[in-house]
Design a protein around this ligand. Sequence first.
Ligand SMILES: NC(=O)c1ccc[n+]([C@@H]2O[C@H](COP(=O)([O-])OP(=O)(O)OC[C@H]3O[C@@H](n4cnc5c(N)ncnc54)[C@H](OP(=O)(O)O)[C@@H]3O)[C@@H](O)[C@H]2O)c1
Length: 229
Amino acid sequence: MATHVITGAGSGIGAAVARRLHARGDQLVLHARDAGRAKELAAEFPGARTLVGDLAEPERLSWAFSHQSLPDRVDSLLHVAGVVDLGPVGELTPKTWRHQLDVNLIAPAELTRHFLPQLRAARGHVLFVNSGSGLNAHAGWSAYAASKHGLKALADALREEEHGNGVRVTTVYPGRTASPMQAKVHQQEGKEYDPAKWIDPESVATAILMALDLPRDAEVNDLTVRPGR
Ligand SMILES: NC(=O)c1ccc[n+]([C@@H]2O[C@H](COP(=O)([O-])OP(=O)(O)OC[C@H]3O[C@@H](n4cnc5c(N)ncnc54)[C@H](OP(=O)(O)O)[C@@H]3O)[C@@H](O)[C@H]2O)c1
């Protein structure tokens, strides 16, 4: 039975992925920002283990994990958690920049560092949920896009580094997806939010599972998923 470590499993795309993997009986290790959130996730996904640490404080993750039992086996590490805050460069403060870089880029690097020994042992898979903003930066999106461009760099370098160890690395680049994050984006853009106009998180989950389940003779490096309507 495969063991998956998942961030962001409490909402949107991450929740859709976790539900699919849980339904088919895979072992889940669900990351949560704090103990209260971990309790909620444990109740929602019976049998799942949890792992607590605030991604907004990547330098403290190592300490937090040293006080918890980590899984011996990790077949996949799914980086799904993320945050967004829009604003023109002229108005974005260092705090806003740092928060997005910490959660979206540095925390995934730190989590990957932590689980690489187990991933190598299992000849496992690291999957990053990036964004169209990881490929193109538009007005108002600088800090988020910078964090996601950085995440692309992390994934591409990791793929080359770990290829010889049998670790596969995939980046998925979704377009706008109906989730609490997209509702916030619309609010910040001053637009009305209609979830029916955007990708269903279940469709992104389907793309992610395809990449995970692909036979070992092949590896999905990059997968762009755009709204179809
Ligand atoms: N929605 C879109 O249009 C869209 C498009 C392209 C890419 N993406 C990317 O897709 C991924 C998932 O986004 P989503 O739309 O599903 O967003 P979402 O519904 O807002 O979920 C984000 C998840 O990240 C977790 N998270 C945020 N800050 C955290 C922290 N400090 N520590 C631990 N966990 C934290 C949240 O935890 P809680 O549950 O505790 O709040 C939540 O589970 C993100 O990486 C996002 O950048 C989204």
